[in-house]
Design a protein around this ligand. Structure first.
Ligand code: GLU
Length: 468
């Protein structure tokens, strides 16, 4: 049997990180078993679904690298198929037309409530032979079995039992002819030969109903695995109140997709005490047995530490590839300047995110047009002139232009003047980068072209002389 999983987002907003985690688990499970991962857009709720949401979900999935083997399929393009299956259920006596009006239904529910019972449809039309009232468009309901128990062997939660007497007759088709969520899901899971339904546990109440419909259709019931929710620090379901919830926000804040995936996989799954996983490792190690049974709390600090790990270990070319568009969007042309992979290598120790790295990479491509104000007052003073000038003269002649030789030139300059390293190092850093924080100056200088370095030093020297 080929494992087939599906991710079935409703396009009513951007891709929530909880949904992204569901998608990841479905994708990992399929990949782990050499199976197939299907993407299905559940857009039957026409009021709440938007094309913009579809686009941001697809874009987020692509950014995360969770590529589908089939799809995206759109439920709105399958209405004929849903109607066909509903007709079959009617023909086989598993469904019936119900003419109860919305007002009657409200009254029915109210009456049940006042008797202290669960509000539910009472089955009036289930076996009725009465003549349908004129002018009422019927809904079509599923004839849920009235006895027996539905047993779900949930791959995460374990056995769940629901008595059929708890379930009323579900609407399969609304009065306007459109299929309901539960019907569309069942038909799709059946037609798409889904073997494992991995989804959030907010759907666990739908599962016994879906199993009953599948059984009525004679379809194979998939294995269900319901994942606990992601929680905010207050223990409530993670939402906008708790901070960023959409995948695109994390992308825009500069997290590597592999870092976000590593964080999401750990948030709800464990493999011993391991924290860091590459995509290849998580694919190899992922099992549903490793998924936690209880909800996990979203922890931004943990995300940052995982992000930092990936920033430190990603191949430099990978960092360059993702950094380049961020810098381009800021108008920074990286084609004229040091190789971006080398810059990323120099900056990786200090950056938690790509945005921090892009901030720091800026001065490698654009000479400072101003200096950190406080630092300028403190450092660009006549006392620095001689040191900067002397180093400038050495650098003008230096061969080869390499980090070690540059370091030697800096050392020789302070040794000759009989001063500590900082007396030159700090003004030099400000002159070259415009800031007070950067990797070692010899490394920064080695990455820049000699002309560029000399020009920046000259600009700082002119600044000192014009200030005095
Ligand atoms: N469309 C549903 C949602 O976005 C998921 C349905 C399912 O996974 O069965 O919550």
């Amino acid at each position: 049997m080929t494992v087939r999983t599906r991710f079935a987002p409703s396009p009513t907003g951007s891709l929530h990180i909880g949904s992204a985690r569901t998608a990841l688990f479905c994708w990992l499970f399929a990949r782990h078993h050499g199976g197939e991962f299907i993407l299905r857009v559940e857009d039957t709720d026409r009021e709440r679904s938007t094309e913009a949401s579809v686009q941001t979900i697809l874009e987020s999935m692509a950014w995360l690298g969770l590529e589908a083997d089939e799809g995206p399929f759109y439920q709105t393009q399958r209405f004929d198929r849903y109607r066909e299956v509903i007709q079959r259920l009617l023909d086989d006596g598993h469904a019936y037309r119900c003419y109860t009006t919305p007002e009657e239904l409200d009254a029915m529910r109210e009456a049940a409530r006042s008797r202290g019972e669960k509000p539910r449809y009472d089955g009036t039309w289930r076996d009725s032979t009465a003549t349908p009232p004129a002018g009422v468009d019927p809904v079509i309901r599923f004839k849920n079995p009235q006895t027996g128990t539905v047993v779900i062997n949930d791959a995460i939660k374990g056995e769940i039992r629901i008595d059929n007497s708890e379930l009323d007759d579900l609407v399969l088709q609304r009065a306007d002819g459109t299929p309901t969520y539960n019907l569309a899901v069942v038909v799709d899971d059946m037609d798409m030969n889904i073997t494992h339904v991995i989804r959030g546990d907010d759907h666990v109440n739908n599962t016994p109903r879906q199993i009953n419909i599948l059984a009525a259709l004679g379809a194979t019931v998939p294995i269900y695995a319901h994942m606990p929710m992601i929680l905010g620090e207050d223990g409530k379901r993670m939402s906008k109140r708790h901070g960023a919830v959409s995948v695109t926000q994390y992308r825009d804040e500069g997290y590597l997709p592999e870092a976000l995936l590593n964080y999401l996989v750990r948030l709800g799954w464990s493999h011993g005490d391991d924290e860091f996983f590459s995509i290849e490792e998580m694919t190899r190690l992922f099992t549903l047995e490793g998924v936690n049974r209880s909800g996990s709390v979203f922890d931004r600090k943990k995300l940052d530490s995982i992000s930092q790990h990936h920033m430190q270990t990603a191949p430099a070319e990978r960092l360059a590839e993702v950094l380049q568009p961020i810098l381009a969007a800021r108008g920074v042309d990286t084609s004229k300047g040091p190789d971006l992979a080398n810059v990323a290598n120099a900056l990786r120790e200090r950056a938690r995110t790509l945005v921090e790295m892009a901030d720091a990479a800026h001065y490698f491509y654009v000479a400072p047009t101003s200096y950190d104000a406080k630092a300028e007052v403190k450092l660009l003073k006549p006392a620095a002139t001689e040191l900067l000038q002397s180093l400038r003269d050495r650098l003008a002649e230096l061969e080869p232009w390499a980090a070690d030789d540059i370091q030697a030139a800096i050392q020789a300059t302070v040794d000759d003047a009989g001063v500590g390293f900082g007396k030159l190092g700090q003004p030099l850093r400000l002159a070259i980068t415009g800031t007070t924080a950067s990797p070692s100056m010899n490394e920064v200088i080695a990455l820049l072209a000699r002309d560029n370095v000399l020009a920046r030093m000259d600009a700082a020297l002119r600044r000192i002389s014009s200030d005095t």
